[in-house]
Design a protein around this ligand. Structure first.
Ligand SMILES: [Zn+2]
Length: 331
């Protein structure tokens, strides 16, 4: 899956600013040495000058002369290292120090001169972070982790069941691959469906996979805009269909029409065929899913999705009630 274009652009900006920073630091170091250690600076300039002329010499000179030139250059390097050490400066003080020595902050590197350039790990790490930031601008992912999921709001059998649900969600996130099953989180409002699906999202996006989280209303509105030529972001549909994990929150809360029925089926169906897992949260029963989206969607969700039922009392209601009673106690 390609990331959204804005992420590539931002990754290149990060790399460019790293290169500029490394060049700026080197200039500062040169300036310091020139002002405070002119003997070291002369050695450095000599080394640079001879390094520049050594390349052409390697092509034209005879082997004996080449060996002599290389030996002289090595000797200059040693003298410079000794001079830097004597002045209490690091040996690499007059060298460019990129954040990534593998690609020198270019974002691409090659195994050898003639090998194909490949994306450097540092660029992938920048993209991972940007993908997480991107997800967090579209969801509350920063507020939802497995550690924050509190089982104290569930009682008796529900608590035991939800402990199992929590564990299976953790396993799903840790072992996530394109072959992972689709999940249907089903149950009344306020039982942690959104929280656990976002906790999965946070873990999956941290491994460099592109995750899109959207409420069913937003997702279907944007797909409708695309269908009817009004899309503000033409990439959105591509991302919804192509991201490695799609989370559709609160399916059934959106305004329904004949477009939404076909759009949900196409999205669910194509993602399944192409092995791109989807997690759907819904309050609807299977009967309501059939009434709203038709037999084909019901068949996909009931037969092909792994259904996880959420049970208990509304957590948001319990939290509010707890806050109210705490306030009363204070009064
Ligand atoms: Zn790199």
């Amino acid at each position: 899956m390609r990331y959204p274009e804005e992420l590539y652009r931002k990754a290149d900006e990060v790399l460019q600013s790293r290169r500029m920073l490394a060049a700026w630091i080197l200039d500062k170091h040169k300036d310091t040495v020139q002002k405070q250690h002119s003997d070291i600076y002369r050695l450095y300039e000599e080394l640079q000058l001879n390094g520049a002329v050594l390349g052409p010499l390697l092509i034209t000179c005879n082997p004996v002369e080449i060996a002599q030139q290389i030996a002289k250059q090595e000797s200059r390097k040693e003298r410079l290292a000794e001079a830097l050490a004597a002045a209490g400066l690091p040996l690499d003080y007059l060298q460019l120090q990129p954040a990534c020595p593998l690609c020198r902050d270019l974002g691409y590197c090659r195994e050898s001169e003639f090998a194909t350039a490949r994306r450097c790990q540092c660029r992938q790490e920048i993209l991972n972070q940007l993908a997480y930031d991107w997800l967090s601008t579209h969801s509350q992912v920063r507020d939802c982790s497995f550690e924050d999921f509190d089982l104290k709001y569930y009682e008796g059998d529900n608590a035991r069941w939800m402990a199992k649900v929590l564990e299976s969600c953790k396993r799903y996130a840790e072992g996530f691959t394109p072959q992972s099953p689709d999940l249907l989180f089903r149950g009344p409002t306020g039982l942690g469906k959104t929280h656990l699906s976002l906790a999965i999202a946070a873990q999956v996006v941290s491994t460099g996979r592109l995750v899109l989280y959207a409420s069913a209303g937003t997702l279907l509105d944007r797909l409708a805009d695309d269908r009817f030529g009004k899309a503000a972001n033409p990439e959105y549909k591509e991302i919804a269909y192509g991201c490695e994990l799609l989370i559709i929150d609160d399916l059934g809360a959106e305004f329904g029409n004949s477009f939404t029925q076909a759009a949900v089926y196409n999205l669910v169906n194509i993602r399944r065929i192409e092995h791109r897992p989807t997690i759907i949260n819904t309050n609807l029963t299977f009967k309501e899913i059939e009434q709203r989206y038709g037999q084909r969607v019901l068949s996909r969700l009931a037969n092909d999705y792994q259904v996880i039922v959420f049970e208990g009392k509304d957590i948001r209601y319990q939290k509010r009630a707890g806050e109210l009673s705490a306030r009363k106690e204070k009064v």
